[in-house]
Design a protein around this ligand. Structure first.
Ligand code: MSP
Length: 669
């Protein structure tokens, strides 16, 4: 039987500048989806590429004293290398300057002209050069471009027009009868109410004021206006209208076009109307994802290293960057990108949750089972809990992925990782190991942990292409049958007897963001000739050494039991009672409060992220618990000389206080 097909696309990128981490977002998401579909048995075609024509690129090339082609060739090479760095597994990379694309766009233009859907007229309209988009007067926002907010210019010239208006009602009906076509649903309403219902004007589809574009086949002083050129890529890449259209027959209509929210309009109005006019079926889904923004506003390359995807991959590793992009922000929504958030994800989710699960498991199998995955024995209640969660996981993840809920899918996988870590705490293999009568139980527990890790390695593979091999290498898994989607649907496929070999920690902890988050810091770093980056590279080396030491210390701890610390470790932390003398909000930081505290004779200032839970008035006079010997740190430029203790979950936070009145400064032991 033929495999089911899956065709996914990213937008084609403007090679007008180097790309930032926001651009990588669409492509990494598309890649995770493509990999997931390949894993689950589909014949996948994953398309990306570059959108190389237009006035903006022509101008940029002139600025660089290059021909447009020379100019784009360099950037396209850089973009392809970026996708290699991010492990993007595209099946085809289309360039709108490729001969076959030029030919097919001319075929499309000619066909639409021949059938009367394209006609000659005169254009007058407001044009935004950076967005390469025309707007009518009423579409402008405060007289500026509604997409980017920049100034627009009034332009009048002879031009060809595409009869969008003819298809307007058909388009509204299509969207209304195909609720899945535009996702998420909020974008669907926006398209209908803001663009379709007010009425479509015919679209200008050629220009004469510049020549860097595809010539209109029957009137060579015109070049094809960029959206017809760009949007057609999704079918020209498959050979539409060309001699060899095997791929077109096999893969069209696309299963999903992934696009950023600002270009949803072009993909859900102009593109489907073009296809209707051509008599071509419409894509099944257009998904408009949100934007990654920086705390201070929109992302751009001028923000420096902080948004450079290659720098981030170099510092944190490709799997960590990909994990962060897909986990941090639900796919339809906008989200803030910061190095701090990235480092937190690495430390908590990757180093603590996943990394520890692997190192704890392999350490114990080496120590207690001579390095061989043991044969499991009788099953107990807790085992069943782990097992049934594992068996339910593939279906849950597949459902979430089909809805493009990358973050939700990763959360499910991490819930299982959390369950496996809890299983270690519940079963306490180190104490089972002390009792010869519990040998069989120990074998069952350690087998189950190894099996859980095998299952995890398969589930994370679409998101993190390199980590699964590292996990499998440590577990001694070489047989490819153990890495298939089918193989994770039933528990217990892992054969006993494989040789485990503990290797380097897969996700070393990172002490602090290696790239500064604030714009001024980022600029300072670039001005300083990348010293910040060099320093970060050194930090990485130091971190590696430190991690080796931590690993050794960690292994020593495992002798006694996982994650236990000695009384000497605890004694290093000086906890003391402090009285809050003053408290106030920190301007511009809605989570922070600045406290003046009294520690015996000493007065100190600390900054704490508790403003959502306590007003300044509620704190004054309270006796709280603080870590008194913490290195001072600066938060939002304000020095914090210590840290207060609080208990929290996702909704609540409660400060630690003392049960009876006691002098401030009292030690807590
Ligand atoms: N060339 C057009 C697309 C034509 S498709 C037929 C284009 N190119 S682009 O290079 O400007 O953008 C490519 C993609 O990157 C878009 O989907 C855009 O939304 C996405 N992103 C650019 N900046 C982004 C963020 N800061 N965050 C998330 N995605 C962003 O548009």
């Amino acid at each position: 039987m033929d495999k089911k097909t899956f065709y996914i696309t990213t937008p084609i990128y403007y090679p007008s500048d180097k790309l930032h981490i926001g651009h990588s977002y669409t492509t990494v998401a598309a890649d995770a989806m493509a990999r997931f579909k390949r894993l689950t048995g589909y014949d996948v075609f994953f398309l990306t590429g570059t959108d190389e024509h237009g006035q903006k690129i022509q101008r940029k090339a002139e600025e660089h004293d290059k021909t447009p082609k020379e100019y784009v060739d360099e950037i396209v090479a850089w973009i392809k290398e970026l996708w290699r760095t991010l492990d993007v597994s595209y099946d085809h990379f289309i360039r709108t300057t490729d001969d076959y694309h030029v030919k097919a766009v001319q075929n499309i233009f000619q066909k639409l002209y021949d059938q009367g859907d394209i006609y000659k007229g005169e254009y007058e309209g407001w044009y935004c050069t950076p967005c390469e988009a025309f707007f009518t007067e009423h579409q402008l926002t405060d007289g500026k471009c509604p997409d980017c907010g920049r100034p627009v210019e009034l332009i009048r010239e002879e031009a060809y027009f595409f009869k969008l208006s003819k298809y307007q009602d058909k388009m509204i009906e299509y969207i209304e009868t195909h609720p899945d076509f535009i996702q998420p649903p909020s974008r669907r309403n926006e398209m209908i109410n803001n663009f379709l219902k007010p009425g479509l004007e015919d679209l200008c589809v050629s220009r004469t004021s510049f020549d860097w574009g595809i010539p209109v086949p029957f009137d060579e002083k015109h070049v094809v206006y960029v959206w017809i050129d760009a949007l057609s890529n999704y079918i020209t890449a498959l050979g539409y209208s060309l001699d060899n259209d095997e791929l077109y027959k096999k893969f069209w209509p696309a299963d999903v076009h992934l696009v950023g929210k600002e270009i949803v309009r072009f993909h859900t109005i102009i593109w489907p109307i073009m296809l209707m006019a051509l008599g071509v079926p419409l894509p099944k889904k257009v998904f408009g994802h949100g934007w990654l923004i920086l705390e201070g506003g929109k992302m751009s390359k001028s923000k420096g290293n902080v948004v450079d995807p290659k720098v981030l991959v170099d510092l944190y590793g490709v799997d960590a960057v990909r994990y962060f992009l897909l986990r941090e922000i639900p796919f339809g929504a906008d989200g803030v990108f910061s190095n701090k958030a990235l480092v937190d994800r690495i430390n908590f989710d990757l180093a603590n949750d996943l990394g520890n699960l692997l190192s704890r498991t392999t350490t114990m199998i080496e120590k207690y089972c001579g390095g061989k995955i043991p044969t499991p024995g009788a099953v107990e209640e807790t085992d069943n809990d782990l097992k049934s969660m594992a068996e339910a996981l593939p279906e849950k993840v597949e459902k979430l992925m089909d809805g493009l809920e990358f973050s939700g899918a990763l959360q499910e996988i991490w819930r299982f990782i959390g369950r496996a870590n809890k299983y270690i705490d519940e079963t306490m293999p180190w104490s089972l190991a002390k009792d010869p009568a519990k040998r069989e139980r120990l074998s069952t527990v350690l087998y189950n942990l190894a099996e859980a890790l095998r299952i995890i390695s398969v589930h994370i593979s679409p998101f993190m292409p390199n980590t699964p091999a590292k996990i499998r290498e440590q577990l001694g898994i070489a047989d490819e049958n153990l890495t298939t989607w089918e193989s994770v649907k039933a528990w217990g496929k892992l054969p006993a007897g494989l040789t485990v070999s503990r290797k380097e920690i897969i996700f070393p902890r990172i002490e602090e963001p290696a790239v500064p988050d604030s714009e001024s810091d980022a600029n300072a770093a670039s001005v300083a000739g990348n010293t910040e980056i060099q320093k970060s590279a050194e930090d990485k080396e130091t971190r590696k050494d430190k991690n080796k030491a931590e690993k050794a210390a960690g292994e020593a701890q495992q002798e006694e039991g996982a994650n236990l610390i000695s009384i000497d470790d605890f004694a290093k932390v000086q906890l003391r009672v402090a009285e809050v003398l003053e408290a106030e909000k920190v301007q511009g930081a809605d989570k922070l409060l600045k406290l003046q505290i009294k520690l015996g004779e000493e007065k100190r200032q600390i900054v704490a992220g508790i403003a959502k839970y306590y007003t300044p008035e509620q704190l004054i006079g309270k006796k709280i618990v603080v870590v008194a010997n913490l290195k001072p740190a600066r938060l939002r430029g304000i020095e914090s000389q210590g840290m207060l203790l609080a208990a929290s979950n996702t909704e609540k936070l409660a400060l630690l206080t003392v049960d009876k009145d006691i002098e401030s400064g009292a030690k807590i032991k």
